[in-house]
Design a protein around this ligand. Structure first.
Ligand code: ADP
Ligand code: ZN
Length: 747
């Protein structure tokens, strides 16, 4: 008899063993879903291993038989499964949690699968697709038309086949009009499977690949050569903003498809980059899967099924798309690889860029990491010979040059025209010139809301969140509100101080709302728009950017949403209102982040013919991150920062793991943090040191107190050994411990 190890999609650290009963002989291979008894429940799990030897850690009589096997063929391809298991070990994450990442919830719901009793065929599960009606002209000669029929036929003639529901929303009699047109042979009504997701609303307009410039050609040839050799090679595609990196991805994806293999493109935040999706559809057609958080479970399942079946061979998506069930994966491209949003900050705390390298390695695929400002971690891999650098040194449009950057030293500036230091005089002068010339400006401030702090002018009391140790931000919405940007606690703006009853509350500091306000006062004739999370839920960010592209906006104020890869050709001024916010964070990556942010935001200026100007307001003009961003001195910054990291023993010269402990009572959290740290100290191995425990910089979050300590090791193996006793430690009720390997956020 054989035994299997099953990952049950519940957050438990280990897998569970079951016996394969004789009637299921020959089935239940690794990667298949199985039904098994788990306590009193019947759950759906995934077989991760199988063999003839009975597990040593469980008495034989306790091993239950599998109940049923759901899939005739593995639902997770072998290379994906082995990647998941390795990821689970790397991050010390429960194998059940990790397997969940790769299965849409529909595919792991025991209820749905049980409802379907012919369990041995997973094509049976493909019942989620919905049908829609599409109307098209038959091409027969048109009779004389009257009323709405004229408009409906005109629409079909000019724009091609239309969803019946679309026509109905345009013309309220469309359905009956179409029926009568159908009976007269003018129109045909077809049932089609619905094309899912908002990225597919508009039809794709196909384009032709431009001929590549020399640098692009060289890069593409290196990638394609690796594809031809079927070798897992890793590349850094290092190209300034608008140097044509996306074109290189497109060419290599095409090459990979021509080989009959499939490809994956990961982007930081897909909601902010609908243009990228359009470009992929324009080149490759609609046979691509787009994975993003806005998909319904049905959509997600449909994409997953079609990818799994090999019907779709390209997936474009945010970090979670890394777990798509690709058939014969040949290529993974990670665009903007330096971006922090590739790190998942809850549950399984994986980094999609690091794991893309691992998955590519496991699948024999090529991995391309693209960026204008590569992360230091990738730079270190290049230096270590694990990743090959491919450079695109110039912008793809010959005419466009890099913007000039001016630093505005805020230590020497008095109040600007609005009476404070938010908008300096030189920046305002430049803004006026841009407005006079009918050009556009972007102003960047990494803070949403009106004012980040509200302070009583009599007693100095700061309005704080009752759940988190942070100040509440004042927003102008609905007559004034205070809200917490960590837990979303919101109250009406009070009329007096909660402590002393003082009537005058000062609004300190500035967020994007305040900038917008001041600009409106200074330039009443200018058209101003704001782009941050408060105004740009879902599709709205695209609407705002469309207005910008259409020239309906003169000044766009925003948070880092404006720094992502938007193509805004008419922008000739980019203002960074405060370059110092990110620098002051208690984080060894502060300089790296500041540098990347400044270079990226500068890249928004002068993309087309107009050379742009970037003005950076700062109190630290000599800081290397600021000074070298201003001169586009990437190599200089990387060299200096790597030297500093080496001296201070930080990554990439050390390996870190952050252990976070949180709970409702501070003294319990503190005591347990001390105990865990003592366990760690006792087991400490050479080459590992322990920093802390101490309260986290964000000492309370959502009503829970937070402590932490950090492991720092010279070798990854030593780090792993040091962490193990922590992962195995028993955690008191109500407390939580999480281990964050290669942490990105230090808060
Ligand atoms: P990146 O991804 O590096 O920001 P893109 O691929 O978006 O750069 O290219 C920037 C612009 O240049 C796009 O409008 C793109 O269509 C255009 N472009 C890229 N490569 C070429 C080329 N070889 N010939 C003409 N235009 C190109
Ligand atoms: Zn809060």
């Amino acid at each position: 008899m054989d035994y299997v190890k099953v990952a049950v999609p519940v957050p438990l650290g280990r897998s569970f063993s079951y016996a394969v009963p004789t009637e299921l002989e020959g089935t239940a291979v690794p990667g298949c879903r199985v039904l098994c008894d788990f306590g009193r429940r019947r759950v759906l799990g995934v077989v991760i291993d199988r063999g003839p030897t009975a597990p040593a850690d469980v008495p034989l009589e306790k091993i239950k038989p599998l109940r049923a096997v759901v899939d005739a063929h593995p639902v997770l391809p072998m290379d994906l499964l082995s990647f998941l298991l390795q990821l689970s070990r790397y991050y010390f994450s429960p194998v059940g949690d990790v397997v969940r990442l790769a299965l849409p919830s529909v595919a792991r719901s025991a209820k749905i699968v049980l409802a379907d009793q012919g369990l041995l065929d997973n094509t049976k599960l493909k019942t989620v697709g919905r049908m829609v009606q599409v109307a098209e002209l038959t091409g027969n000669e048109l009779p004389e038309l009257k009323g709405q029929a004229v408009a409906v036929v005109a629409k079909l003639a000019s724009d091609g086949p239309q969803l019946v529901s679309n026509l109905q929303s345009l013309h309220k009699n469309a359905r009956s009009v179409l029926k009568s047109l159908e009976s007269r042979g003018v129109v045909r009504i077809l049932k089609k499977e619905r094309r899912r997701g908002r990225f597919f609303c508009a039809p794709a307009i196909r384009d032709q690949a431009p001929s590549l410039n020399a640098a692009q050609r060289e890069a593409t040839e290196s990638i394609n050569a690796a594809l031809d050799e079927k070798k897992s090679e890793h590349f850094l595609l290092h190209g300034v903003t608008a140097s044509g990196k996306t074109e290189v991805y497109l060419h290599s994806v095409q090459h990979c498809l021509n080989q009959g293999r499939s490809a994956m493109v990961l982007v930081p935040e897909i909601a902010l980059t609908p243009q990228l999706v359009s470009r992929f559809r324009a080149r490759l057609g609609d046979e691509i899967a787009v994975m993003h958080s806005g998909l319904t479970e049905g959509d997600r399942f449909e994409m997953w099924t079609r990818l799994r079946g090999g019907e779709l061979r390209v997936v474009v998506g945010a970090r979670s798309a890394l777990f798509a069930p690709m058939v014969e994966l040949g290529l993974i491209c990670v665009d903007e690889e330096h971006d922090g949003s590739f790190k998942q900050e809850e549950g399984v705390r994986y980094h999609a860029r690091d794991m893309a390298l691992l998955r590519a390695h496991r699948s024999g695929a090529v991995c391309v990491l693209g960026s204008a400002t590569p992360s230091l971690s990738t730079e270190a891999r290049v230096r270590g010979g694990k990743v090959t650098r491919l450079s695109l040194p110039e912008r793809a449009h010959r005419a466009s040059s890099m913007p000039t950057v001016e630093l505005v030293d805020m230590r020497r500036m008095g109040p600007g025209p609005a009476g404070d230091k938010l908008l300096s005089l030189p920046l305002c002068r430049k803004l006026e010139a841009v407005l006079a010339a009918g050009e556009q400006a972007i102003l960047f401030l990494n803070r949403r809301g009106f004012a980040p702090a509200v302070v009583c002018e009599s007693c100095g009391q700061l309005a704080e969140c009752p759940n988190c140790s942070v100040a509440l931000t004042h927003h102008k919405i609905a007559g004034g509100q205070l809200s917490c940007h960590y837990c979303d606690y919101t109250i009406r703006m009070p009329s007096e101080c909660g402590k002393c009853g003082g009537k005058s509350l000062g609004l300190e500091g500035a967020g994007t709302e305040r900038v917008e306000d001041q600009l409106a006062k200074l330039y009443p004739e200018a058209r101003i728009a704001r782009l941050d999370r408060d105004v740009a839920a879902g599709l709205k960010s695209e609407k705002i950017l469309d207005r910008m592209r259409a020239g309906e906006v003169d000044i766009l104020v925003g948070t880092q949403m404006v720094t992502k890869g938007h193509d805004l050709p008419k922008v000739t001024l980019v203002g960074v209102l405060n370059a110092d916010t990110a620098l002051s964070l208690p984080d060894f990556q502060a300089a790296e982040r500041t540098f990347q942010l400044l270079v990226q935001v500068s890249g928004r200026a002068g993309r087309a013919e107009d050379p742009g100007v970037v003005m950076i307001q700062t109190r630290n003009p000599e800081h290397p991150a600021v000074a070298m961003a201003a001169t586009h001195n990437l190599a200089g910054f990387v060299k200096q920062e790597l030297r500093d990291r080496k001296e201070l023993r930080y990554p990439p010269y050390a390996f870190l793991a952050l252990v976070r402990i949180d709970g409702p009572l501070e003294h319990e959290v503190e005591a347990f943090a001390a105990r865990l740290a003592a366990v760690a100290q006792k087991n400490v191995i050479t080459g590992v040191d322990i920093l802390g425990p101490a309260p986290a910089p964000l000492a309370r979050l959502r009503g829970r107190y937070r402590y932490r300590f950090m492991f720092r090791a010279t070798a990854r193996k030593a780090l792993r050994e040091a962490i193990l006793p922590i992962v195995r430690a028993e955690v008191p009720r109500k407390l939580r411990v999480s281990v964050d390997v290669d942490p990105v956020s230090m808060l």
